[in-house]
Design a binder for this molecule. Structure first.
Ligand SMILES: Cc1cc2nc3c(=O)[nH]c(=O)nc-3n(C[C@H](O)[C@H](O)[C@H](O)COP(=O)(O)OP(=O)(O)OC[C@H]3O[C@@H](n4cnc5c(N)ncnc54)[C@H](O)[C@@H]3O)c2cc1C
Length: 399
């Protein structure tokens, strides 16, 4: 490990490793000037292995970013499922009701609304691209960081003095804590259950979401007609669901989804994640900057966490690229520009997601009203366009 670099990124998750590549591409930095710390680099899944339990719905904007840094083409496209259409409904609305919100890629200039990718596959491809680009990847855990006042990163392998420290180390971010950045946190009181399921009637490219009284249930398309579920449920309901055996869980899932997929059968294990909202009160403190879940964690109902994090990576690289020649990478002006842009965007997304969760979870008159609003929004062309662009991660119509 070198003892002095310009930028240290702690956390080589999807966000940290994409940031490293975007900095090389855009921000006049060379591989020897950046070091990436990732304590658990994953292996890419073997071709022919079952789908990953953890998958992400990537927006078109995120896919464009991965294309730009040369990572999209590295992925095994036989393991990626495009989202060609989305169906969103509330409560017990029948899946064939005209009030179901329907989006089809065919209505836009894009071939798909986004794509479902395996979490490990993307992270492994990003880290492999970092390695090939000549970046140093330290696979030891970062044990501590100090500010003297410039940052120093300590691992068992040695210490490294840096000009700019990036915390890309996830929701619990030790970097955030060491930099003294406070958080606002809220327990959603829900657990997200993820698993792979096989439907009786596969529908290639269809994503389905039903807002239930106990939390939203999403069915995301996987290759070969399989589906990945993200079933967010109140803690008590999640406990009940996790206690069911596979057959009973599958039956309950089929009943609650009430989707055109017909009977749903669990394939493999379930995993459960307690859901919390986390907002860092600042993204920048001195020579330290936060990206991804280290800065903001939201409810997975809109599948936007990674997408927001990749937006951070793009914005931080752009802010550093725009700094005047001769200005350092920890220049306050560039970091503040990044912070202003991303805090607003991420706070808006968090607010939308929280509003949806509050409106629907718990049921009652508000949920019925929200269901009617959803049906109306689906029929008004301007609202439809806005919702489709939001899902794709674009704020304006495509050039
Ligand atoms: C149930 C569920 C479903 C979701 N579905 C979606 C979805 O469909 N689409 C979407 O966009 N988002 C989704 N999300 C959100 C998504 O998981 C996160 O937003 C995303 O993982 C954040 O990426 P990150 O790189 O910022 O952080 P992380 O993925 O947490 O990565 C942080 C990295 O830092 C490393 N690290 C941490 N500490 C250290 C240390 N001390 N030393 C060295 N390395 C360290 C870790 O090993 C890890 O690799 C979902 C979340 C949940 C809970």
């Amino acid at each position: 490990m070198t003892d002095k670099v310009r930028i240290a990124i702690v956390g080589g998750g999807i966000v940290g490793s994409a940031l490293a590549l975007q900095l090389l591409r855009e921000a006049r930095l060379k591989p020897a000037q950046i070091v990436l710390f990732e304590r658990e680099p994953p292996q890419a899944p073997e071709a022919g292995a079952p789908p990953e339990q953890r998958v992400y719905a990537l927006s078109l904007a995120s896919i464009e970013l991965l294309e730009g840094i040369g990572v999209w083409s590295r992925l095994d496209h036989g393991r990626i499922a495009p989202i060609e259409r989305m169906r969103v409904c509330s409560g017990s609305l029948p899946a064939d009701s005209p009030d179901v919100l329907r989006f089809d890629a065919a209505e836009s200039a894009d071939a798909a609304l986004g794509a479902i990718v395996g979490a490990r596959a993307v992270q492994a491809a990003l880290l492999a691209a970092c390695q090939e680009a000549g970046l140093t990847i330290v696979t030891e855990p970062v044990e501590s960081v100090q500010f003297l006042p410039d940052p120093v990163v300590h691992t068992r392998a040695g210490s490294c003095h840096v000009e700019l420290l990036v915390g890309a180390d996830g929701a619990r971010s030790p970097v955030r804590a060491a930099a003294g950045i406070a958080t606002r946190e809220r327990d959603y009181g829900q657990v997200g259950i993820v698993a792979t399921v096989a439907p009786r009637r596969p529908q290639v490219g269809t994503a389905f979401q039903r807002f239930l009284d106990t939390g939203p249930l999403a069915l995301l398309p996987l290759p070969n007609g399989l589906l990945s579920i993200v079933w967010s449920a109140t803690a008590a309901r999640a406990q009940e669901l996790l206690a069911l055996d596979d057959a009973a869980f599958s039956a309950e899932l089929t009943r609650c989804a009430a989707a055109d997929f017909g009977e749903l059968t669990l394939r493999g294990a379930r995993a459960a994640f307690p859901l919390r909202r986390v907002q860092a009160t600042q993204y920048v403190a001195g020579s330290c900057v936060l990206v991804g879940d280290a800065a903001h964690v939201i409810h997975p109902l809109a599948g936007q966490g990674v997408n927001q994090g990749l937006g951070d990576a793009q914005a931080l690289a752009a802010a550093l690229a725009a700094r005047p020649r001769g200005e350092g990478v920890a220049a306050r002006r560039a970091l503040r520009r990044y912070e202003r842009e991303r805090r607003l965007d991420n706070a808006l997304m968090g607010a939308v997601v929280d509003t949806l969760d509050r409106m629907f979870t718990g049921g009652g008159p508000l949920a019925r009203l929200a269901g009617r609003g959803m049906a109306l929004a689906g029929r008004l062309p301007p609202a439809r366009g806005l919702l489709m662009r939001g899902a794709a991660g674009r704020s304006s119509p495509r050039r």
